[in-house]
Design a protein around this ligand. Structure first.
Ligand code: GDP
Ligand code: MN
Length: 378
């Protein structure tokens, strides 16, 4: 679950991280009131769950409340990378001497958290991370020991902070780590972490992603979900507990269980076919859930849809019924390649065969057939 900047900043400030004074507004009128109360130059920040707001006109400085009101009038309703602006964070403007980057993430290959820092923060960071990754310094963290002070000091030294700045940097990094660990975050980053002319440091923008699998024990965080910023497909998937990831290839990929779904995608890749999505409806799915999973898989307009099911808890006849129910509801917009194996496979295959579907026996055979269909040989 991705959090908005204002939500992440509010969490960080509870751990002691300095943030600008400010408040989120839902209307032009509120923007003016908050700007008046702050009584100085303010920055208006569109709260959308996407990056690159600055370039898209989602970050604007205003000298006074009247200008803030005028700018907010243009910002509300604006579209930024497909996200509509319905909330604006109004913060006091901060004078910037230097912008650095500080982030915590999970390094999946090391199976550990990692802390990252760069002297080039703010809007420059994305480019540096892409073109000159060696200028982003990183250290893995032992989760049993937690982040150690010496690790952060070393990073501070690498990014060229003075001794006084380093001490401030260390305390912010430790606070950020506590916020990251306490909230089961997959990512917690401050970009930019600003060094002000007087030497103070302030988090000017924060981003946090909370592990969805931990939300059951982080009840306080669930309310932070902004459903208005999710696509209908994301909402539907969550409601039915379907793992759905939109990808950019040409073949829809539907399976039961993440392992089988990944193996199927690996097979596709072996034949140079890119998946259009990853839809995993898990174990024991009933007719309704399978039907929804098909709708999701078709949402990305695949050229072919591959359904790969191995029934353990899942009953293949129910999967077959789900496929038929989906077709009854709306015509299928791409050919299906279906492999059903395991529990009640025979019954499921009979059901589908009777309705004119062609069945295959194994994953490999299924993928070969997908390849033929994509290459138009059938
Ligand atoms: P992002 O582009 O979506 O990551 O939005 P940020 O909140 O990180 O802002 C982008 C850039 O706008 C920052 O790197 C700053 O250079 C600038 N900016 C944001 N807030 C302020 C502010 O209060 N004062 C000044 N001078 N610049 C700001
Ligand atoms: Mn930023």
């Amino acid at each position: 679950m991705r959090l908005h900047e204002y939500q992440a900043q509010r969490i960080l400030t509870r751990y002691g991280v300095p943030i600008p004074r400010g408040k989120v507004a839902f209307s032009v009128e509120e923007v003016r009131q908050i700007a008046e109360r702050l009584g100085k130059r303010v920055v208006l920040k569109a709260q959308v769950l996407t990056g690159g707001r600055g370039r898209a006109g989602g970050i604007r400085l205003a000298d006074d409340a009247a200008e803030a009101e005028r700018l907010a009038g243009h910002m509300f309703g604006m579209d930024i990378n497909g996200y509509r602006v319905s909330k604006i964070l109004v913060d006091e403007a901060i004078e910037i001497e230097q912008e650095v980057y500080l982030g915590l993430a999970i390094d999946r290959s090391a199976a550990r958290p990692v802390i990252l820092a760069s002297a080039e923060g703010g809007t420059k960071f994305a480019k540096v991370a892409r073109d000159a990754p060696e200028r982003v310094y990183r250290t893995t963290i032992d989760p049993l020991l937690g982040l150690r002070v010496y690790q952060v000091r070393e990073l501070a030294y690498h990014i060229g902070l003075s001794r006084a700045q380093a001490e401030e940097f260390v305390s912010i990094a430790l606070q950020l780590y506590r916020a990251f660990a306490d909230n089961d975050a997959l990512l917690a980053e401050i970009n930019p972490l600003v060094i002000c002319p007087g030497g103070d440091m302030v988090s000017l923008d924060a981003r946090m992603i909370i592990d969805d699998n931990a939300l059951f024990r982080r009840c306080g965080l669930i309310d932070l979900r902004d459903e208005g910023q999710e696509t209908w497909a994301e909402q539907l998937a969550r409601r039915y507990s379907i793992n759905y990831v939109k990808l950019s290839g040409q073949v829809g990929c539907l399976a039961n269980g993440a392992g089988l779904a990944m193996a199927t995608m690996d097979l596709l890749r072996k034949y140079d076919i890119r998946p259009a999505n990853f839809v995993d409806f898990g174990g024991g799915a009933g007719v309704e859930k399978v039907k929804v999973a098909l709708r999701l898989a078709f949402a990305d307009r695949p050229q072919v849809l591959l359904i790969n099911v191995f029934g353990g808890v899942t009953c293949c006849d129910e999967v077959a019924q789900g496929i038929l129910a989906a077709r009854k509801e709306s015509p299928l917009t791409a050919p299906l390649v279906v492999r059903l194996a395991g529990r009640n496979a025979q019954a499921g295959r009979a059901l589908l065969a009777r309705s004119g579907f062609h069945m295959v026996d194994s994953s490999v055979e299924a993928v070969r057939q997908v390849v033929d269909l994509v290459n138009g040989e059938q």
